[in-house]
Design a protein around this ligand. Sequence first.
Ligand SMILES: Nc1ncnc2c1ncn2[C@@H]1O[C@H](COP(=O)(O)OP(=O)(O)O)[C@@H](O)[C@H]1O
Ligand SMILES: [Mg+2]
Length: 256
Amino acid sequence: MSKIIALFNQAGGVAKSTITQNLGYHLSMRQHPVLLVDLDPQASLTSFMGIEPSELETTIYDTLVPKDDDEELLPIQQNLHGMDLIPSNIELANAEQELIFAELRELRLSQVLEPVRDNYDFILIDCPPSLGILSHISLVASTHVLVPIQCQFKALKGTDSLLKTVARVRKRLNPQLKIAGFIPTMYQASTSLDNRTLESIQNQLGEIATIFPPLPRATAVAEASEEGKPLALCSNKHKPTLHLFDQLAIAMEKLA
Ligand SMILES: Nc1ncnc2c1ncn2[C@@H]1O[C@H](COP(=O)(O)OP(=O)(O)O)[C@@H](O)[C@H]1O
Ligand SMILES: [Mg+2]
């Protein structure tokens, strides 16, 4: 059974897209077929994978909101750095409005992924930075949710509504949804504030799910996304971060 993991946090800039890409890469290095799904109209994941979003003719949008004469073919870009990708671009911003009237809209992403689900061991969904319909349908389609949290002032602000959203999805449409864990990100060990934040993440969320080791802030990671590649394929690799992505991949393999 494939695992479908949503990278979810309504805050922007917490490394959702970065983790989606690199976790995907490390899973694929471990011989797993991986599909990445960009569900953010800002399309960071699509550009991190080396694709220019504005040049795309078909994206996830066309499948989520099919027009009458569209064939329902999934626009999968194959074998990008060893992974498959369903890309996005700014057109997806329309889906938020258009899905309001769609029948069974909450199941829309599950339906779209169903025909290809068995082709992959892992499907990673990169959520947009909001609690709107796109994040909602991602959680409905997923078996697990993984939550990156930036180690900064106000890190925990918003976790209440995040957890409530997960609880609501569980109660109504997807009782099987599990929280795979929280990943503290952008961590700077030399900063006492970051250390205090890390401690409060552990104290407040440790009972809910696993807290993974923090991902350090590292220029190499930002450079890799600019280059349109996973970190492991860049000349400046930042080994400690690669090791953490590896460990995260192993943890995802072990998820029940
Ligand atoms: N560990 C890191 N160190 C430094 N910069 C990072 C790190 N992880 C991500 N970034 C950069 O921070 C920005 C936001 O990351 P991104 O993955 O797009 O966040 P989100 O998807 O949550 O909005 C990007 O420019 C990315 O390259
Ligand atoms: Mg993103």
